[in-house]
Structure formats: structure tokens, C-alpha cells
Design a protein around this ligand. Structure first.
Ligand code: UGA
Length: 437
């Protein structure tokens, strides 16, 4: 199958490499000439475990090409995957100009009937819009399919190569047949294939992310009650998670969710529901609790240090979760901003985050070495659950710091060990050690 993948972002790159692994001829199209040039020179735009290997495999297969020219990339293609960005507008609604532009390009340059696949996360009824654009542009016949992506950053390659489900929504039986052919090896190895209409698939993607975010906010609200009552949210989550109807995943209390998906998708789903005449108030509450989680960590630092002026606070972890270099919408940066505004001197520490990508916090001092960062600091705040932080030498940290205070926004430490090492320890949703706020 000849496939053109439009958009060189995260999902676009992983999708293209996966399709190539499945044996298809893939052209990646983007008007970002610099990014295309980087890819041609073998340079990946972001870190993701295993991506370099998959990339190398694609490049040596001879089935993967890069192009900035639609008149070269689109003619002859059977299928186009639209993987362009859909940034949020201030109203929460996504900006779909890039999706419309991609559809226009396909309509303009198609040389045969095609299946056009929306992979980007888009509001319900976008498939109809794409169909309308294509119909205006070309005399060829197009079937539009929604094929949402469920991969997680940090394990994107694994999720993409071994998906637990493949969702395709289209009103065309022929398109279903073509999509089944594209994914045949995965379906044969057991991935469940859901065939729906386009609107159902578009809604299902939003429903999944909104529900996962709901779980995180639920456990964070629960954590507040546990803290007030002297209970332990980790144990409560374990008990809840033992019930297969609930499940343990996404019940880790902490400083909240971030990233390029949950915050944006929640805003989009709220706006979309409102447009359709339903106020999805539950989602408003999910967002409010998430904002509160950041504020609560900052309050704990303030409570432990009293005046923040002339105090140095070290944030351990800047990425929105471990296993990625992505700091977009990271709760850590929100904590950093609040602390700086309150007068604290803040140092960020992260094994992967690049200092250049700190959205509005470019001045933040960033280091890779937690011990160097801790020297002379008054408080450590764990913002990302990097496994290496759980293994830190607590006695060494205790000696280096000006004050022995740890605010654990991800519950990475064993409370007894931190207390034993002489720290005042303020975890999330669990009893504090050494200091009552
Ligand atoms: C999320 C979904 O999990 C993917 O299925 C989806 O494809 C993707 O969005 C997307 O729409 O593109 P991702 O943003 O990579 O994936 O990150 P998650 O692993 O879902 O974590 C999201 C946030 O929730 C992180 O900030 C994480 O730290 C936080 N989280 C997660 C918690 O605070 N507690 C938990 O128990 C779990």
C-alpha cells in the first residue's frame, strides 16, 4: 500500500515508522523544511525509547521517504494519514486550520480514489468537514476514516507496534476493508479491531483521555481527604485497584496531569460538548482539581519554609512524566512559576528535559545532577517520578542541603526511609513526617 503521512510531529513520525514496519511504502510530508532536512540527515526531533532503532530500520528498508513537496508526495498514494497539530484556542476549541490545509492538499494532488485517515485528535464531526473539503477540491472519490491514536509518550514505540486496540470509524465499508489490510499483521497477532462510524471513533478518543484524567483527579481529591484524615492514599488506591472493575492504573496521586494531550483534549471535549448543547460539568471539576494539585504542592513548600524569599528550592523532575524529554504543560513548570513568583530561587533538575523547552521558564537554572542541585537548598520538591530519584542516596542529600525538607509530589520515596534519614517529609495524600502544617 502507498501511504502519505502528513505532519512531522510526534504522532506523525511514530505512525509513519509503524506503517513502514508493517510493510507499506510511506512518504512523510511536511512543509517544515528544516524538520524534513533533519530527518533526511538521520536526526530525530525528540527522544523516545526505541525510536532511533525503528527509524534506522525504516530508512534502510527503502520504503520510507521524506518530502516537503505535496506534488511529489501525494500523487499515486492510496491512503493519506493526517497527523498535523491541532493546538488549543483560548476558548478550548482546537484550531483545525492545519487539518483543513492537509485535506486541501490531498484533494489538490490526489491522482486516484483515496482513503483519508484522521489520526490527529479532533472534535466529533471533523470527518464530515474533511469529506466536504475533499469533495470541493477533486473529482476523485474519497472515503474519510477516523483512526485515533492511543499511544503514550515514553512507550510510544511499543504502544504503536503492539496496540491493545485499533479503532477505525468510517461510514464506508470499502475504507474499512483497506484499513483492515493496512493493520492486518497486528490484527492477526491479536490486536482487537473496533469498526465503527466516524463520529463514534472521534468521540471514543476523547472519552478515553477524559476518563483517564478523571481517574487522576479523583485520586488527587481523595489524597486531600486522606491527608486531612491521616490516611494513606497509596494504600487506598491499591485496595481500589484490586477490584478489576476499577483497576489500579491512573490512581497515582500527585501534582497532577500534564502533557500535550490531557489538558488540551479535556478543554476541547468540554468546548465540543457545549457546542453540542451539553455542559459536561464533571470535566470542569477534573480540571479544577488538577489545578488545585499544583497549588497544594506550592502551599506545602510555603508551609514548610515560611518566607520563600532567600530560600532555594530544587524541583526534581521537569518533564510531565518520566521516560520523555517533553515538558509541555508540565505540572513541574507550573510549580516553578508559582515559587518564583513568590520570591524563591528555583533550580530545576531533570535527566532528560532540555533547558530550551521550558515554556515561559527559560530562565530557570537547570541541571542533570540532583546532588549538585541539592547543595545548599532549603527544600526538594519531587515533580516527576523518574525511577532514579527513588534510588537517591538520602543520607548524602541530607548532608548537602541547608534544610532537610522534601515535598514529594509523586510519592516516589518510602516514607519511613526519608524520615529515618532525618528529613521533614511531606508526601501526597499520606501522613507527613516531622512537621505538621
Ligand atoms: C495520554 C494517553 O494515556 C494516551 O493513551 C493517548 O494516546 C495520549 O494521551 C494522546 O492523546 O496522545 P500521555 O499524554 O503520553 O498519553 O501520558 P499519560 O501516560 O497518559 O500521562 C498523562 C499525565 O497524567 C502525566 O502528567 C502523568 O504524570 C499523569 N498521571 C498519570 C498521574 O498524575 N497519575 C497517574 O496515576 C497516571
Amino acid at each position: 500500500m502507498r501511504i502519505v503521512v502528513i505532519g512531522v510531529g510526534y504522532v506523525g513520525l511514530v505512525t509513519a515508522l509503524t506503517l513502514c514496519r508493517l510493510g507499506h511504502d510511506v512518504v512523510r510530508l511536511d512543509d517544515d523544511v528544516a524538520k524534513i532536512a533533519d530527518l533526511r540527515h538521520g536526526r530525530l526531533p525528540f527522544f523516545e525509547e526505541g525510536l532511533d532503532h525503528l527509524f534506522e530500520e525504516g530508512c534502510t528498508s527503502g520504503r520510507l521517504r521524506f518530502s516537503e513537496d505535496p506534488s511529489d508526495a501525494i500523487p499515486g498514494a492510496d491512503v493519506a494519514f493526517i497527523c498535523v497539530g491541532t493546538p488549543g484556542r483560548p476558548t478550548g476549541e482546537p484550531n483545525l486550520v492545519a487539518v483543513e490545509n492537509a485535506a486541501n492538499l490531498v484533494g489538490k494532488w490526489a491522482t486516484r480514489d483515496m482513503v483519508v485517515v484522521e489520526k490527529s485528535t479532533v472534535p466529533v464531526q471533523t470527518a464530515e468537514r474533511i469529506q466536504m473539503v475533499l469533495g470541493r477540491r477533486s473529482a476523485h472519490r474519497f472515503a474519510v476514516a477516523s483512526n485515533p491514536e492511543f499511544l503514550r509518550e515514553g512507550c510510544a514505540v511499543e504502544d504503536s507496534l503492539f496496540p491493545n486496540r485499533i479503532l477505525v470509524g468510517t461510514n464506508s465499508s470499502q475504507a474499512h476493508e483497506i484499513m483492515r489490510r493496512i493493520y492486518r499483521p497486528m490484527i492477526e497477532s491479536g490486536a482487537r479491531y473496533f469498526a465503527t462510524d466516524a463520529a463514534t471513533a472521534e468521540l471514543a478518543k476523547h472519552a478515553c483521555n477524559a476518563f483517564l484524567a478523571l481517574k487522576v483527579s479523583f485520586v488527587n481529591a481523595l489524597g486531600r481527604v486522606c491527608e486531612a484524615a491521616g490516611g494513606d492514599v497509596v494504600a487506598v488506591a491499591d485496595i481500589m485497584g484490586a477490584d478489576p472493575r476499577i483497576g489500579r492504573e491512573f490512581l497515582d496521586a500527585g501534582v497532577g496531569f500534564g502533557g500535550s494531550c490531557f489538558p488540551k483534549d479535556l478543554a476541547a471535549f468540554r468546548a465540543e460538548s457545549l457546542r453540542l448543547g451539553y455542559r459536561f460539568g464533571l470535566l470542569d471539576e477534573v480540571v479544577r482539581i488538577n489545578d488545585e494539585a499544583v497549588g497544594w504542592v506550592v502551599e506545602k513548600v510555603r508551609g514548610a519554609l515560611w518566607n520563600l524569599e532567600e530560600k532555594r528550592v530544587v524541583l526534581l523532575g521537569l518533564t510531565f512524566k518520566p521516560g520523555t524529554d517533553d515538558t509541555r504543560e508540565s505540572p513541574a513548570l507550573r510549580v516553578a512559576r508559582s515559587l518564583v513568583e513568590a520570591g524563591a530561587r528555583v533550580t530545576g533538575c531533570d535527566p532528560k528535559a532540555s533547558a530550551g523547552a521550558l515554556e515561559g521558564m527559560e530562565d530557570l537554572a537547570v541541571t542533570r545532577d540532583p546532588y549538585a542541585a541539592a547543595a545548599g537548598a532549603h527544600c526538594l520538591v519531587i515533580c516527576t517520578a523518574w525511577p532514579e530519584y527513588a534510588a537517591l542516596d538520602l543520607a548524602r542529600l541530607r548532608e548537602l542541603m541547608a534544610l532537610p525538607i522534601v515535598v514529594d509530589g509523586r510519592n516516589v520515596f518510602d516514607p519511613a526511609s526519608v524520615a529515618e534519614a532525618g528529613f521533614t517529609y511531606l508526601p501526597t495524600g499520606r501522613p507527613a513526617h516531622g512537621l505538621a502544617l
